[in-house]
Design a protein. Sequence first.
Length: 82
Amino acid sequence: MKLKGIKRKNTIEIFQEINIPDGQEIVIEILCEDSTTSVSGESQFWKCLENFRQEQELEAAGIEPETFADVRDTSPGREVTW
């Protein structure tokens, strides 16, 4: 089940009715839509990318898997001094 809502101070307002009995234990994972990182700090980018590649028929569109090989720079980048 996926629910949408909005946080207002210490309350989360859920936009739709939930058909769950009172007293039922639930687990909530909070993801921010305007970020690629969940509240727990996990990067969601790779999960989203993998889902995209699985859902889209890239090969049917003429995009071969080799297109994405070695497109990401794996170097650690420059050192930043604060």
